[in-house]
Write a new protein. Sequence first.
Length: 579
Amino acid sequence: MCRVRLDPHSYADDEQPQTRAIDLALRADFQKRTLEGEIALHFREAGAGIIDFDTRELRIDAVTALDGAPLAYELQAPDSILGARLRVTLPAGARGLRIRYGTSPSASALQWLEPSQTAGKEPFLFSQCQPIHARSLAPLQDTPRIRITVGTARFKVPSRLRTLMAAAAKGREDGGGGEAVDVFEMPQPIPSYLLAFAVGDLERRELSHRTAVWAERPVVDAAAYEFAETEAMIRAAEALFGPYEWDRYDVLVMPPSFPFGGMENPRLTFVTPSVLAGDRSLVSVIAHEAAHAWTGNLVTNANLNHFWLNEGFTVYAERRILEALEGRDSAELHAASGRHDLAAALDRLAARPKLTCLRTDLRGIDPDEAYSSVPYEKGYLLLRKLEETAGRPAWDAFMRSYLGRFRFQSITTDRFLEFLEAQLPGVAAKAGTLAYIDGPGVPAGAPEPRSTRLDQLRLGEVEPRNPTELLVVLQSTPPDAEKLRALDARWGLSQRRSLELRHNFVLLQIRAGMPDAVDAARRVLLETGRMRYLRPIYTALARRDPAAARRIYQEARAGYHNIARTVVEAVLKEQGAER
Ligand SMILES: [Zn+2]
């Protein structure tokens, strides 16, 4: 028998029982930096024989039937990308099983922060399971093809801290010995990469009847100010895409080491503190994460070869939300900035053109290394092209029926293409869709963001009147020391709180070979662990001054997340700036 593995990043096998629901009971040990406890997995249908689970760096203590009878199991040798297969033999009629286990201090999904690394000077723990890190948190079928609910999740933590989970809170119990147990359930079926929790000294501010912001105490008021428009964004999205299906939409502001802009964990978006610019100029991240409630979380990629179905649709949805709230010009400025990001990604991936197709083949490739703006911004260009080809009313009707037809399902690119052809016959061919999906780079005739305002800004005919406009100006500025000094004197770019502006300015300083560039780069690299800023700055610096890039990385490394370390080390290696 030779079975095709349907997800290149999971040992899950289609002919084995599929998990329908899990229960979790875990204790967080901040001294040892481990989680210890149990997962119960409940199957969709009774099964028998072999079942395979994904694990990474887990210690397995016992595997039993739901009634406690021991089961035979084997933890196989780890693969460097997939982790170790846990193979269990089920008795006839098995409806589930229990696994007692512990995580490793270096679990790739978890970051344990020292009090010195947080705003509130208290310990902090958070998870980041996308793309394939859930397996380091618990043994499970770690593929988005299989959706699970969470019956009960119980987290035992020091009672002065609080657990938040991307799930419905069910209260807190006394755990004894200065500990408490926070209880949750997740009724909506989710892919495993959306399992998420955080533990810290967290406070909350209500934003509307269904939205709130959570953050460490010193940050929470600034966060409430920055994200005040969250409810308006959800409403704009509902008008475009249909009802919000996840009850609450809360936002949790993470510590600076959080490696992404945001993570669309259902009911509880995790967001980088680098968007707290003080002027609400970077809240497009919230539009993006909120849009994921429809695109990505409701309709999900079947595996990472189809990641553009999550991210291309979400960037498209994000810009439609911004257009509804701020007007077409503003959305076009965001699209222009996205086009700038895409050009940089295509340049970086010049030697790996297959990674610039929307549909990828990631067998044998670590998805964290393959990560780029391509599925986001090239995916956006395709969907915009389809909208322009079909006409907006027909396209909007298509979007609603697509999201309705596949809600709470995980699909492939082919499934999308079949549905598109059935709903809007001929549109895909007319738009040249396959050139985006299976061809590298940006196809000829791809949409170009345009507005009078954009042209005027690029030609220097008008002064930027907000940070987004200033960003567009900065992105069309050549790396010329004299011009940069004049821009800095006029707009205070080197002192901006917004890393979106400051990191673009630093990149230009590095390229212009300005003497203060290394120090300016160092300040950004120590201030944030967000890969959007780390990757381009380390790349530019390693080209110009490899010794400085190495030195700053050694200084900053302890504050970075595992995923960010992987990426930065790959950049230094690519640029020949290794030790
Ligand atoms: Zn996204």
